[in-house]
Design a protein around this ligand. Structure first.
Ligand code: UDP
Length: 246
């Protein structure tokens, strides 16, 4: 049986294909329904496990999407497989494409100023029919609500927030309190990739599910962050043992 929701170490994922997410999210924009989208990888799940405040933010999201092959592996180990990995970057591109077809209002928030400017230029070039209502770099005082008000004033249909976890989800959560519409999605380092500043792994790495290996080769300083993956798999094994005991 296919489960609609799949829980992995306390985080509840929506079990859908990229196409299904895309259709549902665009329909919500059409109906002026607001959406908080989290794309979670093992690193984020491990972080949520030790930070109850962050875990409760994620629980309030409308969608939690399985980004990272580790999550898919974990869901299989638990006997409740998730249909596919949906990389945040890929979903962002698919949403940009749809937004281009519909002439939607898009706001780009995050990354360093030069990266942001290259991202804006790229979006204008690749998606000329998008109504780009605003952009701002990701270096501001997160406790100040001025940025929230400024973004809301542009009445965006979609806001991509490229600030990295946990800050992006914390900021989106604040935004959602006073927003009546809009899809908000944390996209981490996606502007760095879209702008060309950092490269996504070659297709063969993605196909073999070893995109993490490419990242490690390119950015060895990530090793500490990546150690979350084996820890995550160990925790999933423990969870499985607990479940089968009961
Ligand atoms: N960033 C930001 N504001 C901050 C900290 C980070 O805008 O206060 C940006 C940073 O410039 C980068 C992105 O957030 O573009 C985080 O990228 P990372 O690769 O760490 O995110 P991941 O995809 O791994 O979550």
């Amino acid at each position: 049986m296919e489960h609609k929701k799949v829980s992995v170490l306390g985080v509840t994922f929506d079990n859908k294909t990229k196409e299904a997410f895309l259709k549902e999210l665009m329909a919500r924009i059409d109906h002026k329904k607001k959406s908080f989208v989290v794309t979670a990888n093992p690193e984020i799940v491990m972080y949520a496990k030790k930070d109850p405040n962050y875990m409760s933010l994620i629980k309030e999201a409308d969608y939690v999407i399985a980004d990272g092959i580790g999550i898919i592996k974990g869901s299989k180990m638990l006997g409740t497989p998730i249909v596919e990995r949906v990389a945040g970057y890929d979903l962002m591109l698919a949403l940009l494409d749809e937004a281009n077809q519909q002439g939607s209002r898009v706001y780009l928030l995050g990354a360093k100023e030069d990266v942001l400017q290259s991202t804006v230029a790229k979006v204008k070039k690749l998606y000329p029919s998008i109504n780009l209502v605003g952009s701002r770099n990701g270096y501001f005082d997160f406790s100040d609500s001025a940025v929230i008000e400024a973004v809301q004033a542009t009445q965006p249909d979609i806001v991509f927030v490229a600030i990295g976890y946990p800050k992006q989800e914390q900021w989106i959560h604040q935004y959602m309190r006073t927003a009546s519409t809009g899809l908000l999605m944390g996209v981490g380092g996606s502007f760095d990739v879209l702008s060309g500043k950092s490269k996504r792994a070659p297709k063969i790495f993605i196909k073999l599910n070893i995109e993490w290996l490419y990242r490690l080769i390119k950015q060895p300083f990530r090793i500490k962050r990546m150690m979350a993956l084996p820890r995550f798999l160990r925790e999933v094994k423990n969870e499985k043992k607990q479940v089968s005991k009961h």
